[in-house]
Design a protein around this ligand. Structure first.
Ligand SMILES: *[C@@H]1O[C@H](CO)[C@@H](O)[C@H](O)[C@H]1NC(C)=O
Length: 273
């Protein structure tokens, strides 16, 4: 049905598999960062004293980033697992996938955001159409000069177009690292902080595997395997993103008029896909 996207995701995942031993360094959490299976599996854990995280050694200026993630099972309320790109500094650019845990049996929230020049406020949130704690699913950030596409199992859930010509911020020149983490955000993550982390259930663990980064080295050469540099949504992609946004999107900053009394951000008035 959605062959085009799935084929791309698989191509990227099989042809150019990364290795966590050589691709990332721990940023916090010490022994809570575990790499196994010859470098193909990364597990991040969280307990009452610390979460954990990693950051890529490489920096990229555009690229496609795929990773399989199996989220915290059971009562994951208060925990947040992340997979994101970020540059350095207060005026940084950032492209975020964040997975907000929930009480047992309640759905995860997939939170996405885009920062340009240090300014975010572009959240969209989704529910998944499967249980993300049962198996690995592939989460993708595709960032090229035309658009940023967030995908889940090859299905586009969000696109942020390059509308620089219309005065909208877009990340074009600050190199980014790939980061992943698992941390405690009980003050806001689950039902706005109403449901706290159950430390009796700790340690919490999220597992990442089959990480593939195909991109342009900052100031250097590009690997365009899979054709990500020119990828934009085609008719099929637009059909899928409409389906996701109609049935699975639970928050969109572009419809939150109360939040922007001076008017919605300019990109919200431009064609979405
Ligand atoms: C957790 O589950 C509740 C009840 O289904 C839902 O309202 C909430 O949005 C879910 N997610 C988070 C992150 O709170």
């Amino acid at each position: 049905m959605f062959g085009g996207f799935i084929v791309l995701a698989l191509l990227a995942a099989t042809a150019l598999a990364g290795n966590f031993y050589s691709d990332v360094a721990p940023t916090f959490g010490g022994q809570r960062v575990q790499i196994s299976d010859g470098g193909s599996v990364l597990s991040l854990s969280l307990d009452s004293s610390s979460g954990s995280g990693v950051e890529s050694y490489n920096q990229y200026l555009y690229g496609r980033f795929d990773v399989g993630i199996k989220l915290v099972a059971g009562n994951s309320a208060g925990t947040v697992a992340t997979f994101f790109l970020s540059s350095q500094g207060s005026d940084h650019d950032e492209i975020d996938f964040e997975f907000l845990g929930n009480a047992s049996g309640q759905p995860y929230t997939v939170h996405t955001n885009i920062y340009t020049g240090g300014i975010g406020d572009r959240e969209q949130q989704f529910r998944l159409w499967f249980d993300p704690t049962e198996a690995f699913h592939i989460y993708t950030i595709l960032w090229n000069s035309h658009n940023i596409i967030f995908m889940v199992d090859g299905i586009p859930i969000r696109v942020f177009k390059n509308y620089i010509s219309e005065g909208v911020g877009y990340p074009t020149f600050r190199p980014m690292n790939m980061l992943a983490s698992l941390w405690d955000a009980e003050d806001w993550a689950t039902e706005g902080g109403r449901i706290k982390t159950d430390w009796n259930a700790a340690p919490f663990t999220a597992t990442y595997r089959n990480y593939v980064a195909t991109g342009c080295a900052a100031g250097g050469s590009c690997d365009d395997a899979g054709g990500w540099e020119s990828e934009v949504l085609d008719a099929r992609g637009r059909k899928w993103i409409r389906w996701v946004q109609k049935y699975h999107m639970i928050y969109n900053y572009c419809t939150d008029v109360d939040r922007f009394p001076a008017g919605l951000p300019p990109e919200c008035k431009l064609p979405r896909f």
